[in-house]
Structure formats: C-alpha cells, structure tokens
Design a protein around this ligand. Sequence first.
Ligand SMILES: [Zn+2]
Length: 505
Amino acid sequence: MLYFVFKKKPIELIMKNGWETVIGLEIHAQLGTESKIFCGCSTRFGDQPNSNTCPVCLGLPGALPVLNQRVVELGARAALALGLQINERSIFARKNYFYPDLPKGYQISQYDQPFSANGELEIMTARRDEAGHPLEWEPKKIRITRLHLEEDAGKNVHEGLPDVDRFSYIDLNRAGTPLAEIVTEPEFRSSWEAHDYVNHVRRALRWVGASEADMEKGNLRCEANVSVRRVGDESFGTKVELKNLNSVRFMQRAIEFEIDRQITLLEAGGRVSQETRLWDERAQETRVMRSKEEAHDYRYFPEPDLAPLEVSAAFIAGVQAAMPELPEARRQRFVQQYDLSFSDASQLTSERTLADYYESTVAASGNARTSANWIRSELLRELESAGLTASAAPVSPAELGKLLRLVEEDKISGKQGKEVLVEMFKTGKSAAAIVAEQGLVQVSDTAEIDRVIDEILAANQGQLASYRSGKEALFGFFVGQVMKASKGKANPRIVNERLKAKLTE
Ligand SMILES: [Zn+2]
C-alpha cells in the first residue's frame, strides 16, 4: 500500500519519511573523430555492415593497435570542459570478457591509471513540481571520479534480417570507435539531479566539439547506480545498476521507479539484491537483466601492445588555449553584460551556435534585450518548426539585426516585423526587400495620424458623446477604427497617445 503513496510524492517527502537516495552515473560518450581509436577505419554511421573494418578492429591475430592522436585531443577537451585533471601518464588495459560483438575477447580500456581524474563540476539543478517543471535552480558541485579512453564494441543485430529467430548478425563497423567513459562519485540525491547533470555533460561535450552527444543516435549512453539508505546512515545501501536508458527523461523515470521499488521492498522487510536491471519504457518499470552471481570478472591487465600514454604540459596548454568560452561562463557573462535574466541567458546558451547567433544579432541591432526577446520567441519558434539549429537559420544575425532596427526606429510596427521575419525565414530575402515589396510602412507622422483621428471622431459622434459621458471602454473602439482607417500602418503607440489627448480635449 505504501508503494502508491511514495510514487506520487516528490523526492523531499521520501527523504522526510526517513530515506535518502544515492545515485552514481556512468556516461559513455563517443568522441567525434573521423577514424577509429586504434586503426584508420572510418567511424561513419550507417555504412554497409562490416565495410569499415580491418585486421585491427576485427581482432585478427597479429594485428597491432596504434593510438589515434585526435582521440587524445578530443578526450582532453572533454576532460577540461568537465573540470577534470589530465594525468601526464595513463595506461591502456585489457578488459577481458566474451561476447560475439567483441572479436578479440577483450576491450582495450583504461583501469587503474586513467587518462584523467579528480574532477569537480558545478551544475545547475532544480527540484520539480509534479508535472516535472523546474521550481528554483540552484548550483551543486559534482565530483567526477574519472574520465578514461576506450574502444567501443560492435553491434549484434536481431531485427530485420532473414532467420533472426535462428541467427544473430554481427556488424563490426562500430568496433573500435573511440569512447570517453565518465564516472561520478555517488553524488546525486534525486533523479532530477542526475537528469540535470547528464544534460550539463551533453551540452559541454557538444560545446567543445568533443562529441555529438546525441542519445538518440547512441553516441551518448548512460548507466545509473541507484541505492537508498536511512537518513543518517554512514554506509551505502545495496546498489542496483540501471541500463538501457535511451534518453535523459527515460533515465530520470527509471531512477524514480527504482527508488520507489527499493524503498517499498525495504519497508516490507525485504532486501535489495545487487543486480543489473533494464528500463522497459513501454511497461514503465525496471526488469532484472543479470544478478551479481553472473557479474563478470574482467581480469584487467596492462595492454602489452600499447605504450603508456604520455601527455605533456605543453600539449594540455595547447588544448586549453584552443577551448571556447565554456557554457556556464558564457551564461554568467550574458547575465552581466546584457542584463538578461538567468532563464533567458540559460536558454540562449543552451547551444554554442545559438549563443554565437545571439551575440552577432546584438552587434547588428545594437539592442541586447530586444535581440534576446525576438530570438527566444520568434526565431526559435521558426527554427523549431523547421527542425533547424541556429547555425543553419536561413536568416542571418546581421539581417535579423537590420529588421530589429526597422522596428526600433518605428519604420514598421512590431507586428509587421514579426510577419516580415516569417517571410525572411521562408524566402531568404532581406528585411528591406520584403518591407519594400509589401509596401509596409508604419505611419509615425503625428499630423497624419491626427488627421485620421479627426475623421473617425467626426464620423462617430454618438460613440464620442457616450465616451465623454463616462463610457471609457469605447477607447478600444476608437483605436480599432483608426488602425483600420490607416490600413494597419499607423504606429499604435502614437495612435494611443494622440487619441487620449483628443478625447479629453
Ligand atoms: Zn579497423
């Protein structure tokens, strides 16, 4: 019975009930190189099965691995973006296990001397209401244990081929693709903290060009270790490893389900067993994949075919110097330099290309606030419906800036400006060309507007008398008539001002 009570309460109520959640995360991110980590084969996605293979990634006897330097550069970018220290010397190790998609019988990874370690990363995280909307964002420091380099395995294909009930098909195009594995300390106390951390890491990796970090394409994968304990307990509860988390939202739901399951089990006097569970999105539950008894003993030992990886201070300094301003720093600068709110600045720094777009627009329009408003509402809506990112926007920041100047200088109204932007987006034409074509001009000439107002008042004597005897709601009627008479071209601000003046004359 308790089960349903927990399921509907937010995390802090679970804690009040005497339980605390402990979560650690492992992320595997594919580093964005063109060739594999230990051979020259292409990492291109979607090619003919097994076409991007060679003796090294097929694991043929006698083939020797050679480390791809670009992997080290991108690994270093990832490490620095996440606040990790890069070790001057790290060791590749063999992780031994048997699986059909791993032809060598071992994966080349790193074990006791990883590429980088001891990271501390500040993320922004928020508790959520029941619908999942963030309440208040707060900073939280996350300790990252390590980031190491390793190769990916191939893929078993179980669908869409003849006789799949009798055969497994193996595609080794992915075998040898470079990965960075990023492991945290058991730092997270709620599923939303884990959610916000993974989003932070995804954005950071994309931002510095280390990885595409797209969970849908499988080039960013997550695993969560989840346990619960009584508040005040020093030792950790038994942890369960969650796999098959194909999106950040799925991961958050899987963790939430798992917390409920473990607390319910413990409250009923049961025990949590150490096991690996898979998230079933359709059933909205986790299921046992394997128990501790079936866990692998990987018998790690140093890879004899690769020399220790030595990274000089000069190399690290070079990578550091080539790094862009990081997203958190840029958001803070946007708040200070452009006087934006935290949430506006966060949205505009959600992708590096969008942040670049914004700053170029500010340069062209000369107005930081207006640029932010138009990009956040008008441009992002158009981009979203076209399925584009800012870097591919058909309207350049310079052109958007010119459009905003037309509005700012009262040459066209804000409403007209929005229509012009949609047209620019559709046709790729300049703002000036569309304004000229459609004869869009805003009339801001006071004498001209006064003339129209006088006509309208003369033609509506009855309404004028009612207004003057106290029916002030008729003000909107007069505005509407004037706008109509000017074919929508009168500047609404001036119409309002002049009407007020004339009605109280
Ligand atoms: Zn190869």
